[in-house]
Write a protein that binds this ligand. Structure first.
Ligand SMILES: *[C@@H]1O[C@H](CO)[C@@H](O)[C@H](O)[C@H]1NC(C)=O
Ligand SMILES: *[C@@H]1O[C@H](CO)[C@@H](O)[C@H](O)[C@H]1NC(C)=O
Ligand SMILES: *[C@@H]1O[C@H](CO)[C@@H](O)[C@H](O)[C@H]1NC(C)=O
Ligand SMILES: *[C@@H]1O[C@H](CO)[C@@H](O)[C@H](O)[C@H]1NC(C)=O
Length: 446
């Protein structure tokens, strides 16, 4: 654990955090590791808090375990729902970090602020003096899987709120507290609307970028161009940058879809129809990417009824356990509509979290496998739905093993980039390999 070199003039010692999810958890671990503070993480949901108290980080986020072990019960405490009053009362700084899920009700995107309002009421009830009116917004810019570096070395830390508050002593204290943030990082305060919209704008633009790239992959397939070449050339253009330029099954995760829906919601509320349509199209096009992938599978396999398909990777991206809005789950559901049997393997997702994503009627067609070979046994096809290292770097040996246990003909459908593999070598084993927007290889495609 670190010590704040500015400790003498530190003014915040007691922090209460309402919420114990991903954003709350990681931010508070990072804060507790660096600063001599006492943080109490609180939630009305005792189950999550039970996990935290038992020393379990309830999601996979590389590199946080070590920090967590050091701060747990030293600087980072946990309060059950019956401790909320006491913790809020002694706090000199309160963080509310609960999700604000955007929901689709009757085709409209609607904000559900229930959790936020509940937290707010807790503060109003137990610590009314602290409402006085110092409320600011701090958007999270970090990303699943890279959160450690994003929080340890942020390029910018942004607060939105009233200028008077933000220029006052409280925020100088916050800056002092966050001493580990590089001096060159932008640490700034702006009006709240600009800050919120900037955050939505970033995710809206990333979602659009991926959505357009997927449509280019689709056009590329139609005109029989090579998407690998297209991606390589596009990625070298400095104005674009190489990220979010991988065609596949579309975007997912907790932020991109939510923030794109929020943009729709705001535009709609303000009567900005054209603006709303842009983001509606981005979301529709993302769903289309999932459908295109499944159509490719059904097409190339000449029908899938009663065939077994192995799914490698179910999370919204590689290396995480989060299944929120995962496009891989959508792909599985669409495949099940085509009467397949699925064997799902994801190294990072706890088995218990997988089956619950499928409705009762189809659950009996889904098996959760504990290894890639087990998933592939007697399967006709493998769908690669995350960029798992095993599929990229397992080498030819890995694919030889899989081929040996599968039924013939054996297909691989690549919903990700998986750039580390020489697909021609894999095709030479005897696989028939297909990816959106890229030339097919193997059986019948030499
Ligand atoms: C809003 O969210 C809360 C808490 O997550 C949930 O209990 C409630 O059912 C949601 N409301 C609607 C209308 O979906
Ligand atoms: C595809 O399936 C149909 C019926 O299911 C069959 O008649 C046809 O011969 C199959 N085509 C190939 C190329 O296997
Ligand atoms: C698929 O399996 C079910 C149950 O075993 C069977 O009733 C059905 O006829 C099969 N369909 C085809 C097209 O093989
Ligand atoms: C695979 O198929 C063989 C032959 O039909 C069968 O004996 C074996 O039990 C099957 N294995 C699995 C894991 O389904």
């Amino acid at each position: 654990m670190n010590q704040n070199p500015n400790q003498q003039n530190q003014d915040i010692y007691n922090i209460a955090c309402l919420g114990s999810g991903y954003t709350a958890g990681l931010t508070m671990i990072m804060m507790a590791f660096h600063c001599d503070v006492v943080i109490t993480m609180l939630d009305v949901d005792n189950e999550d808090i039970d996990d935290w108290e038992a020393g379990i980080i309830p999601f996979d986020e590389p590199n946080f375990e070590h920090m967590f072990d050091q701060v747990r019960n030293v600087r980072l405490m946990f309060g059950q729902s019956n401790n909320i009053a006491a913790a809020l009362n002694t706090a000199d700084f309160i963080v509310i970090a609960v999700d604000n899920p955007i929901q689709r009700i009757k085709k409209k995107n609607t904000l559900n602020l229930t959790k936020w309002k509940d937290s707010w009421e807790q503060v109003a009830m137990h610590a009314p003096d602290k409402l006085n009116p110092t409320v600011v917004y701090n958007p999270e810019f970090y990303s699943l899987g890279t959160a450690f570096n994003d929080l340890q070395n942020p390029r910018q830390v942004i607060f939105g709120g009233d200028a008077q508050i933000l220029n006052g002593p409280l925020f100088h204290n916050v800056r002092k507290l966050m001493y580990w943030v590089d001096q060159n990082a932008v640490f700034r305060y702006h009006d709240i609307k600009s800050v919120v919209l900037a955050k939505l704008g970033i995710n809206g633009l990333l979602a659009s970028k991926l959505s357009i790239l997927n449509s280019i992959a689709s056009i590329s397939a139609a005109v029989e161009a090579d998407m690998n070449t297209i991606m390589e050339i596009m990625g070298r253009d400095q104005r674009l940058g190489p990220t979010y330029l991988t065609p596949g099954i579309g975007f997912g995760g907790p932020s991109l879809e939510r923030d794109t829906r929020l943009l729709c919601h705001v535009a709609q509320n303000k009567g900005l129809l054209k603006e709303e349509q842009i983001y509606t199209k981005v979301l529709e096009n993302n769903e289309a990417a999932e459908k295109r992938f499944v159509n490719m599978v059904v097409d190339k396999m000449n029908g899938t009824t009663n065939k077994t398909i192995a799914i490698f990777g179910l999370a919204s991206k590689h290396g995480i356990s989060d299944l929120t809005n995962s496009p891989a789950i959508q792909v599985c559901k669409l495949l099940l509509d085509h009467d397949v049997y699925l064997r799902i393997y994801d190294l990072y997702v706890p088995n218990a979290h997988i089956l619950g994503n499928f409705r009762r009627g189809v659950q009996e067609r889904v098996v959760v496998a504990t290894s890639p070979v087990q998933a592939a046994t007697n399967a006709s096809a493998i769908c690669l739905l995350t960029d798992c290292d095993a599929y990229q770097h397992g080498g030819i040996q890995f694919y030889n093993q899989l081929f040996a246990v599968m039924t013939q003909p054996s297909y691989i459908f690549n919903g990700r980039q998986n750039s580390g593999i020489n697909w021609q070598d894999v095709a030479n084993i005897g696989f028939s390999i297909h990816a959106v927007g890229r030339p097919s290889r193997g059986l019948g495609f030499e």
